[in-house]
Design a protein around this ligand. Structure first.
Ligand code: IMP
Length: 199
């Protein structure tokens, strides 16, 4: 039988405030108390895998072991078709240190211009991982397709939201109310799968 996730304390194994906010919106209505890796002062493990699933598991495992509680992580990124799926698992790194997502969005735009790309399609991918302290673990993947626009538009959301226009819309993720984004995002798709399997 599939192991279920019992409502209670759930560690959000991320230091990204935007992700913590989205994970809280998704899980708190279901009776979970979401505590983030920042609240718990947990170390941020190095993401050494080449897949979203692998990196999500690194983060969830580390937080479950450090806290003795089930941990949830998200590894996500932007895959741009004309760039062969880049930045992909390197999406956060393209923002440099300290993270500046305007720099990252400009870099994507520069790369597209350098190859005179006419195909501006892209997708966001999210892989949610849940790890328990005894080593049990599962992952769920969600995707949302769209295209990239330039210049960036909108003040809401985070990361690459100001340049991503989801299919069927004319506005960017950063111009949508959070509730609208959360209803259709890659994370929401992965979350629906998680809910069916674990809740
Ligand atoms: P990581 O999963 O921590 O390696 O970072 C993934 C990066 O992808 C984030 O830092 C964001 O820049 C980007 N990203 C993931 N999900 C979203 C989203 O919903 N909107 C905008 N950017 C996102």
């Amino acid at each position: 039988m599939t192991r279920k996730l019992q409502p209670g304390r759930l560690v959000a194994a991320t230091h990204n405030k935007g992700k913590v906010a989205e994970l809280k919106d998704l899980f708190e209505p279901l009776g979970f108390e979401v505590v983030s890796a920042v609240d718990l002062d947990l170390d941020e493990p190095e993401e050494t895998e080449l897949t979203f699933e692998g990196n999500a598991l690194i983060k969830a495992r580390a937080a479950a072991l450090a806290t003795g509680a089930p941990a949830l992580s998200d590894d996500s990124g932007l895959e741009v078709t004309a760039l062969g799926g880049m930045p992909g698992v390197h999406t956060a790194i393209w923002a440099g240190e300290p993270r500046d997502f305007y720099v990252a969005m400009e870099k994507v735009e520069r790369e597209l211009n350098a190859i005179e790309a006419t195909d501006r399609s892209a997708k966001f991918v999210s892989c949610l991982a849940v790890a328990w302290p005894d080593g049990h673990e599962v992952t769920f993947r969600g995707e949302v397709h769209g295209h990239l626009t330039w210049p960036p538009r909108g003040e809401m959301g985070f990361g690459y939201d100001p340049v991503f226009v989801p299919v069927g819309h004319e506005v960017t993720f950063a111009e949508l109310e959070p509730a609208q984004k959360h209803a259709m995002s890659h994370r929401a798709v992965a979350f629906d799968k998680l809910k069916k399997a674990l809740l």
